[in-house]
Design a protein around this ligand. Structure first.
Ligand code: IPD
Length: 271
């Protein structure tokens, strides 16, 4: 049941909007459902409800596709060559819990491990992003699509760099060591609390680069395509693919400089 990447991106956008509207409606009365990797890694009831909605809509529209969701884990594995949906029902859960606006729904379609389409919907910010492999990435402004291009900043000293922190103490000790060395060398750092937005903002040029150790596929899949279709390299350090060890996104020239700086700091190697 393959469909074009553009059609899959449209499905991701429509379902992302529906989940985003549900989450926005519940924004004032957030209920905690539990914690995950550490006591500060929150799950809200809305994370679960949005994932249930997305999973149901996809099952109705695309029976037989695979599914990987942050909250429910791997539900179905697709046959080779068919679509698997990779879903973060709310990226930026801590922001959502505190009533901050930087959170989003991220839905990607991948085939054989390659993301071919995705949408990121941030209703409290009024921002929507879509991307399809080879088809570019776009900010959707009402019914107008604005094509994205990442920044051309190639000087590390003038780069605005987004990053994030994991929820485990040992990981944060390492991440603190890395940013303590990096922050005097760049224009500034940003930590918005939603990795998918960091990556979309690389695509839109709102930041020059993003890096984070420990991201999961659902944090990265849809928004990574938004960044790469806008001209960014999205990968790990030293020629590795983006993964748990490191996700780094920037235009090719800045990517090379950050790759060298982060590799020298062993930013993907400990913690
Ligand atoms: C988190 C956010 C955060 C990043 C963490 C992620 P969640 O996802 O993207 O910005 O720093 O590594 O786990 O928990 O809000 O879905």
């Amino acid at each position: 049941m393959q469909t074009s990447p553009q059609a899959l991106a449209e499905i991701a956008l429509v379902i992302g909007r529906e989940a985003g509207a549900l989450a926005l409606a519940g924004h004032e009365s957030v209920q905690l459902a539990g914690t995950k990797s550490s006591p500060i890694d929150l799950v809200t009831k809305m994370d679960q409800d949005c994932e249930t909605l997305i999973k149901q809509r996809l099952a109705d529209l695309r029976p037989g596709d695979g599914f990987l969701g942050e909250e429910s884990g791997e539900a179905t594995t697709p046959a080779p060559g068919s679509v698997r949906w990779v879903v973060d029902p709310i990226d930026g859960t801590v922001n959502y819990f505190y009533g901050q606006p930087s959170w989003c729904v991220a839905i990607a379609a991948e085939v054989d491990g390659v993301t071919i389409a995705g949408a990121v919907v941030a209703p409290a910010l009024g921002e929507e992003y879509t991307a399809s492999l080879g088809g570019g990435s776009y900010l959707v402004d009402h019914n107008r699509k604005v094509k994205l291009a990442c920044s051309e900043q190639s000087d590390l000293a003038y780069a605005l760099v987004a990053t994030g922190f994991g929820y485990r103490r040992e990981r944060r000790v390492e991440q603190g060591r890395v940013i303590a060395t990096l922050v005097p060398e760049v224009r500034d750092l940003r930590r918005c609390g939603a990795a998918a937005l960091d990556l979309c903002w690389v695509g839109s040029g709102r930041v020059d680069a993003q890096f984070e150790r420990g991201l999961n596929p659902w944090d990265r899949a849809a928004a990574g395509l938004v960044a790469s279709e806008a001209g960014a390299v999205v990968a790990g350090l030293r020629g590795q693919p983006a993964g748990q060890d490191m996700t780094l996104a920037a235009n090719p020239s800045l990517f090379a400089k950050l790759d060298a700086a982060l590799s020298a700091l062993n930013a993907d190697g400990r913690g």
